[in-house]
Design a protein around this ligand. Structure first.
Ligand SMILES: *[C@@H]1O[C@H](CO)[C@@H](O)[C@H](O)[C@H]1NC(C)=O
Ligand SMILES: *[C@@H]1O[C@H](CO)[C@@H](O)[C@H](O)[C@H]1NC(C)=O
Ligand SMILES: *[C@@H]1O[C@H](CO)[C@@H](O)[C@H](O)[C@H]1NC(C)=O
Ligand SMILES: *[C@@H]1O[C@H](CO)[C@@H](O)[C@H](O)[C@H]1NC(C)=O
Ligand SMILES: *[C@@H]1O[C@H](CO)[C@@H](O)[C@H](O)[C@H]1NC(C)=O
Ligand SMILES: *[C@@H]1O[C@H](CO)[C@@H](O)[C@H](O)[C@H]1NC(C)=O
Ligand SMILES: *[C@@H]1O[C@H](CO)[C@@H](O)[C@H](O)[C@H]1NC(C)=O
Length: 476
């Protein structure tokens, strides 16, 4: 597995190391390798800990070249095997853009704010700034709504994708309704969908026409409809016992104590919830306003890696490899994807125009992670547990890299003539390789090899059956 060519974007050294490790794991992801030097050193608006914000991370941290040019695309990273290859279909599964905190997190942030205002003391300038020049502006009724930055996330993404795949995401295809939009019913997703469309209509100066979207929770919020998942994981605290155990571990306690020391308060005031609230405050201030807020001073990089692990652990057990039903709950989306690809493949092979050139599906981190897991991406040799934080320091399962706001998984089907179809997956606009293919197959793989790779899932993975609480079969 070779890393893709160097690109001259500036990234911090640690990022670079993580990337190299990614490339040499069996997962075989291609991350852009970059020079050392910290973006943050040049840009004081970016918190040093910004690359550890997991699912609260800014998209630009994953693709730092966008900081200088938000519409930059690199077409040369797409390498169809021959000049004859034509893009015939694209499905993009995209997370909503940057959003406000949910009610639950706002409550925690308000509690922390009171602790700092009432109980903290010290001469540090950041503490002074919190106390005199920062007001609590997060309210419960914000309820996870899309923010203005989130609108921009999707407008810019749609323009970049149209520049990357101009024959598919084209004005003609939009006008002739060969681009379909499907969204989760959540307001932040619907608004992201509107923003994605607005990016295109503004780019092409289309004023006289509206383009439909379909709301489909069966597809985009399958996790709510999967009884087995709801009962055995979502509503079952013991499913996340490793997360709870990690919160009692020395690594986590040390972070809480360091925060308490920085605030000069008794240790008992900084619970794991308060540490999380502080981390979120720094993350939200940055994601929403692009500011390096004084709250960020409550953490150093080591602390942030622990906080990152705590949330990765949660995602692992709640949406990832921790429980089989997590990924199986996405069977419905998996089959939906492959039936679109099959249809496009059949149409193209028989010389017809592909009916649906592009499908844009907008959902949640909770939509993407089970699907990524079902497909086998980011699978480490060892399970993430409460006790192996150190051993997992080089893990590939890093939601900071996988699932920032507006995270996107794109599949592009090519027809290279003579029945030779290829399928290129991209995660967050970078080519990735399907796990489990041989090196020879891996780069721009044949569609038939992909169907073979996922044969067992294609023949099974029935949503209704998998999601039944009690399987009628003998294999219970
Ligand atoms: C684009 O990607 C190619 C291949 O990955 C790389 O060689 C090239 O330097 C990149 N170009 C820019 C402008 O980053
Ligand atoms: C924190 O401040 C509040 C309000 O002044 C006070 O009631 C409480 O006792 C303080 N807690 C600690 C542990 O000092
Ligand atoms: C206080 O906040 C304002 C607006 O957020 C900012 O412009 C100013 O620099 C801050 N002052 C201090 C002392 O931090
Ligand atoms: C999102 O959509 C709703 C309903 O169309 C609207 O009321 C709201 O202002 C929109 N914008 C944001 C940022 O939530
Ligand atoms: C595509 O063609 C194959 C083989 O002819 C057929 O079995 C399959 O049902 C077709 N799929 C779709 C979605 O049209
Ligand atoms: C994971 O396990 C495989 C097979 O046992 C081994 O070849 C590989 O080196 C391991 N990878 C890591 C990162 O430990
Ligand atoms: C960490 O890895 C080492 C070496 O592979 C192993 O001996 C140890 O048991 C692992 N620790 C945990 C907690 O998994």
């Amino acid at each position: 597995m070779q890393p893709r060519k160097q690109i001259g974007f500036i990234m911090p050294t640690i990022f670079w190391k993580i990337i190299i490790i990614h490339v040499i794991t069996t997962i075989g992801f291609f991350w852009c390798v970059a020079d050392s030097d910290a973006t943050t050193e040049k840009n004081p608006d970016i918190p040093v800990i910004a690359k550890y914000f997991t699912t609260k991370g800014r998209y630009e941290e994953v693709n730092p070249y966008l900081i200088d040019d938000i519409l930059a695309v690199n077409k040369s990273m797409l390498k169809p095997p021959s000049e004859n290859c034509r893009e015939i279909h694209l499905t993009a599964i995209i997370r909503h853009g940057t959003r406000y905190p949910t009610t639950k997190n706002v409550k925690k942030m308000q509690t922390l704010y009171k602790v700092v205002m009432n109980n903290a003391s010290g001469e540090q300038s950041w503490l002074h700034e919190i106390k005199t020049n920062w007001t609590m502006w997060y309210y419960e009724n914000m309820d996870g709504r899309l923010v203005q930055k989130g609108v921009q996330d999707h407008k810019h993404l749609s323009i970049r994708l149209s520049r990357l795949f101009p024959s598919l995401i084209s004005e003609e295809n939009l006008q002739s309704e060969r681009i379909q939009f499907i969204t989760s019913s959540k307001h932040r997703c619907v608004n992201s969908t509107l923003s994605f469309k607005a990016g295109l209509t503004e780019e092409w100066d289309i004023k006289d026409k509206e383009f439909d979207h379909a709301v489909n929770d069966a597809l985009m919020r399958f996790f709510d409809k999967c009884t087995k998942f709801v009962e055995e994981v979502d509503n079952n605290p013991s499913a996340l016992s490793e997360v709870e155990k990690f919160k009692k571990r020395p690594e986590m306690n040390r972070v809480q104590q360091k925060i308490a020391d920085r605030l000069n308060v008794v240790y008992s005031l900084i619970t794991d919830d308060m540490a999380e609230a502080a981390f979120y405050l720094c993350a939200y201030e940055f994601a929403i306003k692009t500011v390096n807020s004084p709250w960020c001073q409550l953490f150093d990089e080591e602390d942030a890696r622990v906080m990152e692990y705590a949330n990765d652990l949660k995602q692992f057990w709640k949406r990832g490899y921790g429980h089989d039903i997590n990924s199986k709950s996405s069977c419905i989306l998996f089959h939906d994807l492959f039936s679109r690809l099959d249809k496009a493949a059949n149409e193209s092979k028989s010389g017809q125009q592909v009916t649906e050139a592009v499908t844009v599906q907008i959902g949640h981190a909770e939509t993407l992670l089970p699907l990524l897991t079902l497909l086998g991406f980011f699978k480490d040799n060892d399970t993430l547990t409460s006790t192996n934080y150190i051993n997992q320091s080089e893990r590939s399962f890093r939601t900071s890299l996988m699932l920032p706001y507006a995270a996107n998984l794109v599949f592009v089907l090519y027809d290279c003539g003579g029945g030779d179809l290829r399928l290129q997956p991209l995660l967050n606009e970078k080519p990735v390789t399907f796990p489990g293919l041989t090196d020879e197959q891996a780069s721009m793989p044949r569609y038939q090899d992909i169907r073979e790779r996922y044969r067992v899932l294609l023949q099974g993975c029935d949503f209704e059956t998998e999601c039944q609480l009690f399987k009628p079969s003998a294999d219970i």
